[in-house]
Design a protein around this ligand. Structure first.
Ligand code: IPD
Ligand code: CA
Ligand code: CA
Length: 269
């Protein structure tokens, strides 16, 4: 992607994500219309939908040749990542949005010919904007994030994960390996927003994030951010991510990535 074009797109995305955040914040105490999607705990509100529509309108008006892949379905039917594709999660952490009125984010990853060029994650209530441009490092507001080059052993690491993967009946991963992993770690955290979990890995607050079922909009921005500070982002079996389908994800500091994946994570076939 041409540098000047990339900067222009970045500036627009940044202005729009801040504007969308402002709208959400101004209505945080308004009555909510809450519906469920794939299961009773998969929530969606009018604010998720309005926010995605806001991005759809801005992108359509400004860049007629760009595509939008959005969680709530106001974008395009995407079958490949040709051209410029905005991958948007209008509210990541909807359950937190509904129950806590905080700890949620807007996530935008912008891909050109399948390559992640721009990532933005906005922690709306804390007014913290994480940004990254490929090859230019990652930022928390105006502050450049340091590289993740410290070698920290697993026994001193904090890993974000969803504890449901430790239940024997879970369909994705052998629970014994997950229990061994938890025993080995210093501790675990579960923030309820994949985008924020990626941002915290990039910031070095978490040493890694392991999850079994993410959609493209959950990690499109976060993977760019973590890679820009030298972190590794792959599927949990260390294969390359498939940005068009549901996937497992392991994002971490470089020195613990292989150990977690090959030493503990045994995916069910
Ligand atoms: C969810 C959150 C959550 C993750 C789920 C996602 P949503 O996104 O990121 O942390 O565990 O897999 O679906 O539904 O709040 O946008
Ligand atoms: Ca999400
Ligand atoms: Ca969402």
């Amino acid at each position: 992607m041409d540098q000047q074009k990339k900067n222009e797109i970045f500036d627009h995305a940044k202005a729009w994500i801040l504007e969308a955040g402002e709208r959400i914040k101004s209505k945080i105490d308004s009555p909510r219309s809450i519906e469920t999607k794939s299961n009773p705990n998969d929530l969606v509100t009018e604010m998720d939908q309005e926010t995605e529509q806001f991005f759809a309108q801005k992108i359509n008006e400004t860049y007629q040749d760009h595509y939008l892949l959005g969680e709530e379905g106001f974008g395009d039917e995407i079958e490949d990542l040709g051209g410029t594709v905005w991958i948007v999660d209008p509210i990541d952490g909807t359950m937190n949005f509904v129950h806590q009125k905080r700890n949620f984010a807007i996530s935008i990853g912008i891909y050109y010919e399948g390559v992640g060029e721009i990532g933005l994650i906005y922690n709306v209530m804390e007014e913290t904007l994480y940004t990254a441009r490929r090859g230019e490092g990652a930022y928390k507001n105006e502050h450049k994030l340091p590289m993740l080059d410290e070698e920290r052993p697993l026994s001193e690491s904090i890993l974000a994960l969803n504890t449901s993967w430790m239940i024997p009946e879970n369909p994705h991963v052998e629970h014994q390996g997950m229990q061994d992993l938890v025993k080995k770690l210093r501790s675990t955290r579960s923030y309820g927003s994949a985008a924020l979990e990626f941002a915290f890995v990039a910031e070095g607050l978490l040493d890694g994030y392991l999850t079994m079922t993410l959609m493209p909009w959950d990690y499109a921005a976060g993977s760019i951010l973590v890679r820009e500070v030298g972190g590794i982002v792959t599927r949990a079996d260390r294969e390359e991510l498939d940005l068009l389908n549901k996937t497992t994800v392991l994002a971490s500091r470089p020195n613990i990535h292989e150990e977690i994946s090959t030493g503990y994570v045994r995916l069910k076939k």
